[in-house]
Design a protein around this ligand. Structure first.
Ligand code: ADP
Ligand code: MG
Length: 223
C-alpha cells in the first residue's frame, strides 16, 4: 500500500530525514514512535504528500506520487489519503456534518450524496445526535471523531495520523484507538500513526522507532 525509498529532507543545512525506507501493507496498522525532534512529523507529511523530499521516492496504492503533476497530486491526496492531526483542525464556523462533507465537495461529489455518506459515518462513529453542532460545542473526543469522519468521507486507502490522541484524556484516547482497529477490520484501511502513547504503540501490528532522522528499529508486536 505504501512504499518509501531513501527519503531525505533538509531544512537549510539541517538534514532532518537521513534516508528513510519503509513499506506498509494493505490493512496494516503501523506506529512510529521516537523522541520529539526525531523527524516523525516531517516524515508523515512527506509520506502523506503534504511535503516533498529532496531525495527519494514514494509509492501509494501503486502510484508513484513523485511523478504526479501538482493538480493530479492534489486530487490523488484528496481521494486516497486521510489525515488525522493532534489538533483536529475542524473549521469552527461549520457544523460537524459540514466539516465532514468538505473533502467530498472538493472531490466533486454532490451535496445530497455527500450528506448521506457523512450522516452514515457520523452515525457509525456514535455522533449521529451531534452532527449539527459546531466544534466548540463538542468534547475533545467528539471533535476528534468528527475529524476521523472527515478523513474517511472520500473512502481513502490509507490514513496518516500525527499524535491523534495526544490531546485526549485516557478514556477518549482508548476509544479512538479501538475505533482505528475496528475501521481497519471493517474497511480494510491502512494506518500509519505517529504516537507518544505506549499503549497504542504496543497494540499496533508493527512499531517503528525513529531516532535522529532514521528508522532504527522495527518490531513486530506479539499477539
Ligand atoms: P517530531 O515530529 O519527531 O517531533 P519534526 O519532524 O517535527 O519532529 O522535526 C524534526 C526536526 O526538523 C526538528 O529539529 C525541527 O526543528 C525541524 N523542522 C521541522 N519542520 C521544519 C521547518 N519547516 N523548517 C525548519 N526546520 C524544521
Ligand atoms: Mg511531531
Amino acid at each position: 500500500m505504501l512504499k518509501a525509498e531513501n527519503i531525505h529532507r533538509y531544512f537549510g543545512h539541517l538534514e532532518v530525514l537521513k534516508g528513510v525506507n519503509l513499506e506498509v501493507n494493505k490493512g496494516e496498522i503501523v506506529s512510529i514512535v521516537g523522541a520529539s525532534g526525531a523527524g516523525k512529523s516531517t516524515l508523515l507529511h512527506i509520506l502523506g504528500t503534504l511535503d516533498k523530499a529532496e531525495k527519494g521516492h514514494i509509492f501509494i496504492d501503486g502510484e508513484s506520487v513523485s511523478k504526479l503533476s501538482k493538480n493530479d497530486l492534489a486530487r490523488f491526496r484528496n481521494q486516497k489519503i486521510g489525515f488525522i492531526f493532534q489538533f483536529h483542525n475542524l473549521l469552527p464556523e461549520f457544523t460537524a456534518i459540514e466539516n465532514v462533507c468538505l473533502p467530498a465537495y472538493l472531490a466533486g461529489v454532490d451535496k445530497e450524496t455527500a450528506e448521506l455518506e457523512a450522516q452514515h459515518l457520523l452515525d457509525r462513529l456514535g455522533l449521529g445526535h451531534r452532527m449539527n453542532h459546531k466544534p466548540a460545542e463538542l468534547s475533545g473526543g467528539e471533535q476528534q471523531r468528527v475529524a476521523v469522519a472527515r478523513a474517511l468521507i472520500n473512502k481513502p486507502a490509507i490514513i496518516f495520523a500525527d499524535e491523534p490522541s495526544g490531546n485526549l484524556d485516557s478514556k477518549g484516547a482508548q476509544n479512538l484507538h479501538t475505533l482505528f482497529f475496528e475501521l481497519r477490520d471493517e474497511m480494510g484501511l491502512t494506518f500509519v500513526i505517529v504516537t507518544h502513547n505506549p499503549e497504542l504503540a504496543e497494540m499496533t501490528d508493527r512499531k517503528l522507532e525513529m531516532r535522529d532522522g532514521q528508522i532504527i528499529e522495527s518490531s513486530v508486536t506479539p499477539e
